[in-house]
Ligand binder design. Structure first.
Ligand code: ATP
Length: 443
């Protein structure tokens, strides 16, 4: 049998163990849309929680916001999305498949596919195609108004700039972070959740003085902060790199733009998160289009100006995918997801050694219920199959610790803890479990 590729293994593990399913699968699915299952939602929530902790809770200079998905359509005129969020597409004259003109790797791949069949490919001239997804609000046919599902979460922050100034009176530099869904009518969704039509972003818009030197220093600062955040959660350093946008791919307003890229199994380094110096573009445009003054008054210098913006914009779904890929490990006959304990969907699994001995089951159930109440994270009960199978089953979904109750536990009030990565087992008194796990998981 042909060896499966790493991506095939990740996709099949995701489906089999409840991380990610094709959307509305019983109806044949919907291209570029995915559902997160019981394990996937825990992993995704953990990523978002860690983002929030590092970007908002642990800082004095960043606040959170949760703006709506529907926005006044003028927003998208001001942001330039209606005129320029259109990617030029080229169409293969042989089979009418369309590709983004800037996706050279996919275009080459497609040409090679035809070449193998002895066919020559001719491409159309690039044509524009708008990526914003349209919808209609209103109940009376003929009087409905067109709205767009937001194509990025960024604008929800900038249109609230004045509200943030009026309510919190923050001093520069300060930032506003947000996590939320975005929608794009992607031409070629693919590579599992890497490119979807509905996805989630986690972002920071950081407002700084409009000073070229200082703003560039903040750009450097945020590049490093974001790269180190991924590394601190276990992503291998050698699988991450920065790539600077060349002059011809830079948005006209951007002063400098970088991507954090991940070394994917589908064609090498791919965009993971953008770190952009957006100049004063967004606030300037929203001031012009809304007629509202979105400047900042600096009491130190008695000057009024529009700040510069440094943005960090990452994809939550890409993070889920890359954390899964990066932590996937095969050891002889077992698969281990070596996810950082903070990200693992389940932190601890509790088992009775034998499922048919009521005294063991009762004892283990009580312990499980106590831990569940006292630990501030997800733990799980498992009494199926034999102990070896349960260990392997938890390894495959990344559970860092398994606790087994055996006959000695009844006498000595202690249990066995088994470590996912080393498979080592230690004995631990029950009254020490809570502090042990809290220390291990939050380290
Ligand atoms: P790409 O060149 O891969 O299409 P982009 O440059 O259009 O990405 P941005 O607009 O900078 O992406 O969006 C910021 C982040 O949002 C990206 O780095 C990525 O993590 C995520 N993202 C963008 N588009 C998608 C998508 N279709 N599916 C999943 N995540 C996405």
């Amino acid at each position: 049998m042909e060896e499966k590729s790493l991506m095939e293994k990740i996709i099949s593990l995701s489906k089999r163990r409840g991380f990610i399913f094709p959307s509305s699968e019983i109806y044949g699915g919907l291209a570029g849309v995915w559902d997160y299952g019981p394990l996937g939602v825990e992993l995704k929530n953990n990523i978002k929680r860690e983002f929030w902790k590092s970007m908002v809770l642990s800082r004095d200079d960043v606040f959170g916001i949760d703006a709506a998905i529907f926005m006044n359509p003028r927003v998208w005129e001001a942001s330039g999305h209606l005129e320029s969020f259109s990617d030029p597409l080229v169409e293969c004259r042989k089979c009418n498949q369309r590709f983004r003109a800037d996706h050279q790797d996919l275009i080459l791949e497609h040409e090679n596919w035809h070449k193998k069949r002895g066919e020559e490919v001719l491409w159309t001239e690039p044509k524009n195609f708008n990526l914003l997804v349209e919808s209609y609000l209103g109940t009376v046919e003929g009087e409905k108004s067109k709205v767009y599902l937001r194509g990025e979460i960024t604008q929800g922050v900038h249109v609230n700039f004045k509200n943030i100034l009026n309510t919190l009176s923050p001093s520069l530099p300060f930032g506003v972070a947000q996590i939320g869904k975005a929608f794009r009518n992607e031409i070629a969704p693919g590579n599992f959740v890497f490119r979807s039509r509905e996805f989630e972003q986690m972002e920071l818009q950081y407002y700084v003085y409009p000073d070229d030197k200082e703003s560039m220093e903040y750009l450097e600062y945020w590049k490093n902060e974001r790269l180190n955040w991924y590394i601190s959660l276990g992503l291998k350093k050698e699988n991450l790199r920065f790539r600077m946008h060349e002059k011809d791919e830079l948005a006209h307003y951007a002063k400098s733009a970088w991507d954090i890229e991940y070394n994917s199994p589908f064609g090498g380094f791919k965009e993971f998160e953008g770190i952009h110096h957006r100049g004063n573009w967004d606030l300037k445009r929203h001031s012009e289009y809304s007629g509202e003054d979105l400047s900042y008054f600096d009491s130190k210098t008695n000057k009024r100006f529009i700040p510069y913006i440094i943005e960090t914009s990452g994809g939550v779904d890409r993070a889920v995918l890359f954390f899964l890929i990066d932590s996937y490990f095969e050891d002889k006959d077992r698969v281990i997801l070596k996810l950082h304990p903070k990200l693992a969907p389940y932190k601890v699994a509790v088992f009775p050694l034998l499922a048919n001995k009521p005294e063991l089951v009762d004892f283990a159930k009580k312990l499980y219920n106590d831990l569940k109440l006292n630990l501030n994270f997800k733990i799980v009960w498992d009494d199926r199959g034999n102990i070896g199978k349960r260990y392997y089953s938890q390894d495959e979904i990344g559970t860092p610790y398994c606790v087994t109750v055996d006959f000695d536990s009844l006498k000595n009030q202690d249990v066995t803890i088994r470590d996912r990565d080393t498979a080592e087992q230690i004995r631990m008194p029950i009254d020490k479990l809570k502090s042990y796990f809290e220390e291990k998981i939050n380290k």
